[in-house]
Design a protein around this ligand. Structure first.
Ligand code: BTN
Length: 265
């Protein structure tokens, strides 16, 4: 079945995530389109999907390679009634939603890397970019969750600079993957976990995140602008921060940056 708006709408009918689908051949960035729709009042569960992006955005002002016809580029509008301080839980929850689905295609070697990478065999297969509009210190207006999954892109098609650190589901599973099936499964799982997060809190989702990460117990270095923090990873807290113990056993919270594992703990 073709990856298009009609088939997605059929398969997602009755669900909250995908209740409104905006499907484009090409956009600047699905996050930017979703942000504009949310500002104009788009309800929770609105999704934007594009075949390609001309300015796909990654974290820390990076680009997200977004060629047509092979991958998933999507952004979901949410309107959670939670304190903005807890918004990073949504990013970690999204990582869990993706990891659980990719594990069905590649059992064994799917891992989560803080804060928002999903990897297969240590190479990045998915990135998540969460952007928020908060009306006041205590109230979220909306959140846009952007998800990019490398599904059928081949290794040779990656920009030279990503080729060693990126992968696709097809490269890892050894076969072409239906984008329609994967997208429907992903939205479905995302919706279940989101409902669980709102009803039951972050506890069980955090546990699953920790099950999928291979960072706990490892020595890491986190670089953010000019700040470098190093230490052994202990876990994540309820605000989505990475908790590390530095060389003097002082416990530190890391809230942003790029983490590199330097050696096993
Ligand atoms: C990262 O790993 O740095 C985050 C990458 C997020 C990419 C996705 S693709 C769909 C959505 N639209 C964007 O412009 N970015 C996100």
């Amino acid at each position: 079945m073709e990856f298009n708006e009609e088939n997605l709408a059929k398969r997602l009918s009755g669900r909250r995530v995908g209740s409104g689908i905006h499907f484009f051949r090409e956009v600047d960035s699905t996050n930017d389109v979703a942000f504009r729709l949310a500002l104009a009042g788009a309800p929770e569960g609105t999704v934007v999907i594009a075949e390609s992006q001309t300015r796909g955005k990654g974290r820390l002002k990076r680009q997200w390679q977004s060629p047509p016809g092979c991958n998933l580029y999507t952004s979901i509008v949410l309107r959670p009634e939670i304190d903005p301080l807890f918004a990073p839980q949504i990013t970690l929850m999204t990582g869990v939603a993706v990891a659980e689905i990719l594990s069905r295609y590649c059992p064994e070697n799917v891992t989560l890397k803080w804060p928002n990478d999903v990897q297969i065999g240590g190479r990045k297969v998915c990135g998540i970019l969460t952007e928020m509009s908060a009306a006041a210190a205590k109230r979220i207006n909306f959140v846009v969750v952007g998800i990019g999954v490398n599904i059928n892109i081949e290794r040779v098609e990656f920009d030279e600079s990503f080729r060693k650190i990126a992968t696709s589901l097809k490269e890892e599973a050894g076969r072409e993957i239906s984008r329609l099936d994967l997208t429907v499964k992903l939205f479905d799982n995302f919706e279940s976990l989101y409902i669980r997060l709102l009803r039951e809190g972050f506890g069980s989702i955090k546990e699953t995140w920790l099950k999928y990460t291979d960072m706990v117990g490892k020595q890491i270095r986190v670089v953010f602008n000019d700040d470098i923090k190093a230490g052994e990873v202990l876990g994540v807290d309820d605000f989505g921060a990475l908790i590390i113990a530095d060389e003097n056993d002082v416990i530190r919270r890391v809230i942003a940056g790029d983490a590199t594992i330097v050696k096993d703990g």
